[in-house]
Design a protein around this ligand. Structure first.
Ligand code: ATP
Ligand code: MG
Length: 567
């Protein structure tokens, strides 16, 4: 491809609206242009990269035995009403009417459509297992579209759906996708972790993993082990407890102390007033779980993990109690709640029970109590893991590892759905025994356009993009220093022809620009190999430079072609 003909509008400066590094690079290197908030056009370079990502995804899906289909974006509202999601999905669902005033939605995901399809086409266990996928444009009217392709309103997703006759089958299909995802992200040269995620309200039994690209701009926090593979979303990260509990006898010596703490409500204020570390206090929070108040206690330096609390209580709703409820339950304003004498269920985190002696709220305005010995005074508490994991906690899976924290971008998601959609949409099959049962489903998404941004968050330097070879828009950038020099142009064209013969994609900068401009653009668009054809071209020598290397090699034309063809 000749660069003079290529629509590749590079920019010297990053447009001010772009906050994320990947978004800036995509605008500067002329990969995308915005049409409306969260809606983008892919220019030729961007389209080429997106195609490569699509192709990697497609190859690995095919390799895993999934079959490609293409489903419509425009979906009748009735389907969404049948699954119950027409209401639940809320304003993220793009809704429209046809000329007959029939309601439609633009698909944000395709569980409804695929379940309705399979309902009609699959009726026997002999047709199972089945995994179908598509690579297709999705619509979500996101509240805050941002960071370019990271959170778009129209974006490219690969979505796959598996259908099995039983849960063991689902597990096999799930692991098959899980492994395909590992291959896909590895081929894209992404640094990522597969994390255990919370299945929330749509989850069936069994599990869900999110694939997180590690990047500062990421919206999620991941706890990962320093030694083994363990990684989880903060909301469900576990850790191994240290055994530091002293015996009850040792603790029984002294009694409780009443401490006057006028207006001192927060842990930071207590730390200051008593000159003690936060880990010497018990933090008591009053929640309302499914309408009933409960108290949750964690150590002063820890944070309550509401998902763990909710799961422990098997509660559907959990929220912090309002001022009135707190006063009614504790007889004191917020800030003085404590474990002793509360008329409601009390949940105490393991770390609280391991404290020898602590200061806690007294359930009385302006008072705390000291010398609280959990093993003695909190025998009524339900002990469990109710806190967020912290950096430095012991890994729950291996001996030596400690947890470290990272920010992550969710690029993929695998999910055991179970029978949620097959039941709602009556997608049933006859099992081997001849009785009818709902299909057991899984769903598996990859944000293909988001993946492009995620790769860029990890692969750039101060001069621009540094594409991994597997998804670079071109493999080789041929740059004659002077477009007016016929020898240079002839050598460049000769290299281009030989690369083309070898099936290597090359871009030739034939523009009549200053060398500085050409090199700056070349660095910015980040093609992995650059061959500079300069004043030694007449002697058959050119310079070859890898984008991620500082040094250029002066070599013969043949050697340059050979290197450019290396796998
Ligand atoms: P998020 O928490 O980021 O909103 P999600 O849980 O809504 O993601 P899924 O419904 O699981 O995402 O969609 C599957 C995949 O599609 C995600 O893993 C992500 O990579 C991608 N994705 C989701 N929303 C967007 C978006 N607005 N723009 C680009 N990609 C997206
Ligand atoms: Mg979302």
């Amino acid at each position: 491809m000749r660069q003079s003909q290529l629509l590749m509008p590079t920019l010297r400066e990053a447009p001010s609206e772009a906050e994320a590094a990947s978004h800036q690079l995509m605008l500067r290197a002329g990969l995308i242009r915005q049409l409306a908030a969260g809606i983008y056009t892919y220019l030729p370079l961007g389209r080429r990269v997106l195609r490569k990502l699509e192709q990697i995804v497609r190859e690995e899906m095919d390799h895993a035995g999934a079959q490609e289909v293409l489903m419509p974006a425009m979906q009748p509202a009735e389907l969404w009403q049948q699954s119950g999601r027409y209401e639940v999905y809320g304003p993220e669902l793009v809704r429209l009417r046809d000329r007959h005033q029939r309601e439609f939605a633009l698909g944000p995901t395709h569980e409804e459509v695929i379940t309705a399809l399979v309902r009609g086409e699959v009726s026997s266990y002999r047709q199972l297992p089945l995994t179908l996928y598509q690579i297709q444009t999705k619509f979500r009217d996101e509240k805050r579209p941002r960071y370019g392709l990271l959170r778009g309103r129209e974006f490219l997703m690969k979505d796959a759906y598996s259908f099995d006759e039983d849960w063991e089958g689902l597990h096999r299909s799930y692991m098959n996708m899980y492994e395909a995802y590992n291959r896909i992200f590895t081929r894209c040269a992404l640094r990522y972790r597969a994390v255990e995620a919370d299945s929330g309200s749509i989850g069936g039994e069994g599990g869900t993993h999110e694939f997180m690209a590690l990047a500062e701009i990421g919206e999620d926090t991941i706890a990962a082990c320093s030694c083994c593979d363990y990684a989880a979303n903060l909301e469900r990260a576990e850790y191994r407890m240290e055994q530091t509990v002293t015996s009850k006898q040792e603790q029984e010596k002294e009694g409780l102390q009443r401490l006057h703490t006028p207006n001192i409500k927060k842990i930071e204020q207590l730390v200051e007033a008593f000159s003690l570390e936060a880990d010497r206090f018990i933090k008591t929070l009053i929640y309302v779980a499914d309408g009933s108040p409960v108290a949750v206690m964690v150590r002063g330096d820890h944070e309550v993990n509401e998902i763990k609390v909710k799961n422990a209580l098997s509660a559907v709703t959990l929220e912090l109690a309002d001022q009135d409820t707190t006063e009614r339950v504790t007889n004191a304003p917020t800030g003085f709640a404590g474990p002793i004498g509360l008329p409601i269920p009390v949940l105490a985190d393991h770390a609280v029970m391991a404290m020898e002696s602590a200061i806690a709220g007294a359930n009385e305005r302006d008072y705390h109590i000291g010398n609280v010995k959990p093993l003695v005074h909190l025998t009524h508490a339900h002990t469990g893991d109710y806190r967020n994991a912290e950096a430095g906690d012991h890994c729950p899976r291996c001996e030596e590892g400690r947890l470290t924290f990272h920010r992550g971008i969710e690029v993929g998601h695998v999910f055991k759905l179970g029978t949620k959609y097959s039941e709602a949409l009556h997608a049933k099959f006859l099992n081997a025994a001849g009785s009818e049962q709902p299909l057991i489903m899984g769903c598996y998404g990859i944000g293909v356009s988001r993946l492009l941004s995620a790769v860029l968050e990890q692969h750039s330097d101060e001069n621009g993009i540094v594409w991994p070879k597997s998804i670079a828009p071109y493999q080789v950038h041929i740059v004659p220093v002077s477009a007016k020099d016929q020898v240079q142009m002839d050598v460049a064209a000769h290299i281009e022809a030989r690369l083309q013969e070898a099936g290597i994609e090359a871009l030739l900068d034939d523009r009549d620009e200053r060398p500085g401009v050409k090199f700056k653009d070349s660095d910015l668009i980040g093609i992995p190999i650059r061959i500079v054809v300069g004043k030694h071209a007449a002697d058959g020598k050119v310079e070859l430079k890898y984008r991620n290397d500082a040094q250029a090699l002066t070599i013969s034309i043949d050697e340059a072609v050979a290197k450019a063809c290396e796998k």
